[in-house]
Design a protein around this ligand. Structure first.
Ligand code: PEP
Length: 247
């Protein structure tokens, strides 16, 4: 599988700036395609115009969350078939901001991932430890436990991407060392052998304060198959430089 660099715009952007960013990235991708796959995950309000802006560019579109049900009385929510309908191929589920702000459990995340796959999307399932969990030496146990609870059974690389995002590194400018990232990603790969099919090919992204300045070093870390980028994806030059780290 190609490496994947996904930009999570979170709750940022109105039509003008979101579309301008998407057009800029699409133009760069058409002019000089990168080795990695790139996915843009704008807020739901921008999925359609961003999707239109990237047609023919090779860039992929993703949602930031989906409901576990395909339709129904869930005011304010968006379903996986709806994301598919507007051109998404990916959806992020279990982002730490949703796990914490909305108290989403592993079981909820698993149901959302299963719904995503049922709708024909590839689920980007996020896991990661808190600062307290890291300080008490429980990082790998926490991450494996989250994987066991959050992954639907036996998905393969076309349907599943795992994103390791230490909660304390998200938006903070702080990062684990490359060695720490390597250890956790190796442990995730090992856990995936029991939980997925073709575990060796399931992409494991690193996320948490990835910037142009540190991306290249991270590309050299074993079992890092790309990045999930928050703040750094809101600046076109920064995001393109991050993705360009893969050549
Ligand atoms: C994220 O929210 O997925 C993320 C990685 O954020 P940031 O890059 O800003 O740390």
């Amino acid at each position: 599988m190609r490496k994947l660099v996904a930009g999570n715009w979170k709750m940022n952007g109105l039509t003008a700036d979101g579309v301008a960013r998407a057009r800029d990235l699409a133009a760069r991708a058409k002019a000089a395609p990168l080795a990695c796959e790139i996915a843009l995950c704008p807020p739901a309000t921008l999925l359609v115009p961003v999707g239109q802006a990237i047609v023919g560019s090779g860039l992929a579109l993703g949602g930031q969350d989906c409901h576990a049900e395909p339709a129904g009385a869930h005011t304010g929510d968006i379903s996986a078939p709806m994301l598919k309908d507007v051109g998404c191929t990916y959806v992020i589920v279990g982002h730490s901001e949703r796990r914490h702000e909305y108290k989403e459990s592993d079981a909820v995340v698993r149901a959302k991932a299963a719904a995503a796959v049922a709708a024909g999307l590839c689920a980007i399932v996020c896991v990661g430890e808190s600062a307290a969990e890291r300080a008490s030496g429980r990082t790998e146990a926490v991450v494996v436990h989250q994987l066991q609870g959050s992954l639907p059974p036996k998905l393969g690389p076309a349907k599943l991407v795992v994103a390791y995002e230490p909660v304390w590194a998200i938006g903070s400018g702080r990062m684990p060392t490359a060695q720490d990232v390597a250890s956790v990603h190796a442990r995730i790969r090992e856990a995936l052998r029991d939980l997925t099919t073709e575990a060796v090919a399931v992409r494991i992204l690193y996320g948490g304060s990835v910037k142009a300045a540190n991306a290249r070093e991270l590309t050299a870390v074993a079992n890092v198959d790309g990045f999930l980028v928050g703040g750094g994806s809101l600046n076109t030059e920064e995001f393109w430089t991050i993705a360009s780290a893969y050549g």
